[in-house]
Design a binder for this molecule. Sequence first.
Ligand SMILES: [Zn+2]
Ligand SMILES: [Zn+2]
Ligand SMILES: [Zn+2]
Ligand SMILES: [Zn+2]
Ligand SMILES: [Zn+2]
Length: 599
Amino acid sequence: MAAAEQKVCQNCKQSFEIDASDFSFYDRIQVPPPTWCPNCRLMRKMAWRNERTLYKRTCDLCNKSIISIYPAGSDFPVYCEGCWWSDKWNPELFARSYDFARPFFSQFSEFLLKRVPAMALFNTTATNADYCNYMAGAKNCYLLMGGRESEDILYSNRIYMSKDGMDLYTNTKTERCYESIQCENSYGLMFCQYCDSCSNSAFVYDCKNCQNCFASTNLRNKQYYFLNQPCTKEEYQAKLSKVNLGSRAQVEEWRRKFDDLKKKSLHKYAEILKSVDCTGDNLKNSKNCRSCFDFSGDNYENSNYSHYVGLGLKDSSDVYGLSRGDLLYESLSLGFESTENSRYVCSQFIKGSSDIFYSYNCTSSQNLFGCIGLRSKQYCILNKQYSKEEYEQLIPRIIDQMNTMPYIDQKGRKYGYGEFFPPELSPFAYNETIAQEYFPLTKEEAMDRGYRWKDPNIREYQVTIRSEDLPDNIKDVADSIVNEVVGCAHACPPAGGCLHQCVGAFKIAPQEFQFYRLMNLPLPRLCPNCRHYERLGKRNPMKLWHRGCMCGSTSSPQAKNTAVHFHGKGKCPNEFETSYAPDRPEIVYCEQCYNAEVV
Ligand SMILES: [Zn+2]
Ligand SMILES: [Zn+2]
Ligand SMILES: [Zn+2]
Ligand SMILES: [Zn+2]
Ligand SMILES: [Zn+2]
């Protein structure tokens, strides 16, 4: 087994480490070690995933008016779901013979990526959910991106098995929640973060099995807590009666108090549950996973640099956004069921297939290389059918040719075999994709790095009310509000301003207005995009720093321990990888110290 090695990233020129477990994985799937660092690799993949920039256009086959992630006038035809899956078109008509005199990516882009019809959106079994994307089983939802089996959810991202919610990010099995992040098995939460099995609470952080708590943190199995103080039911109700979250001014005041409270509370170095030998954040049921983030299912093993996996992952590296799979490398947006030994290398939108290389939007296929839009095919290269023998002869020659004649992009970066698709070939501009959500750049920065940029679509309609002129209290809002066009408080000019893809103005939908009234919540002042980005700003980055436990250190005087710790009165010697950057204000504890205090 090769020892760890330091390399310089071809893209950002910073050094990064490839360790022994990485090398054995690369050997196993027969790819050379990467030339981009993990972070640059993640951004490069993300620049191919447009979750929330939607356009109105028509289906290029049936002419029906549709919503799509591709604007009208894209290079390739865009079909609605029904047309795309029909046999009214044939992806094999785009087949090309491999040209050994041209780089692979040039051929792939020119003959397939810019020609083969694309699917308007990535949804399955949607009911009354036209403005949703990357959803399986959305019902009566609007602007819900990513997740499955959810109902009556508006303006949210990554929602699973949830109902009646708005403005949520990463919620599983929640009902009637609002502005909540990373909550599960909960009911009636507002402005909460990292809560499990909680109900009827607001401004609560890191609580489990709590009911009727307000502005509280780090609680377990409690009820009637107000500002982290226990109360009787009557005291709690008396205190709560002085709070009116129907008022925007009060919400903002409590939001400030809550932020302050969070800073003073204890933060576990990472949200890693029931796992062994893992680094990253928001992981569960994982074993030997390094630098991984956002695994929400049950079975993760031997995988590195992977993100946002819903059901399970084994022996993989550098994957983003899938339900389940194994032997995957540098791939993203994979389907809802994968077979054992799926083995996808540098591929996207693949479902129920195996041995797929450099392919895009293919289903139920085996042994594809550089294909787009194929269904139930085997042994194809650039959509052209070969015999098994021909295919097996051609593949090693193509891999060789990719290395001797790599694609060179406008920035002079080389892409041989094993490198993911060059960002300049992406059908999306950087700021149409989740790359902008997780690694926000200015237009100049993005273009300087060789990404495309698209100035956000400013809505054509005229603002009829400025956000500062909205009534403070929901009880003073007239029904006619649903006819108004509200100016977003960030009021970003088309170029510059916030980096939130601000759309400038927004409307309050009737279903949404009802929710605010029912829940006694004030009208929003920001457009849905700005709200989404503000929520993203509340999560830690998908990046790790090596730090020591702050318990017992003189630099965290706020931390007043109440329990006896294994290290006695001195400083805790434990170190860890954490997504809390060293300059952040939070008190970050190792698992042992955190568990001693938060019980
Ligand atoms: Zn880099
Ligand atoms: Zn905005
Ligand atoms: Zn904004
Ligand atoms: Zn400690
Ligand atoms: Zn301690």
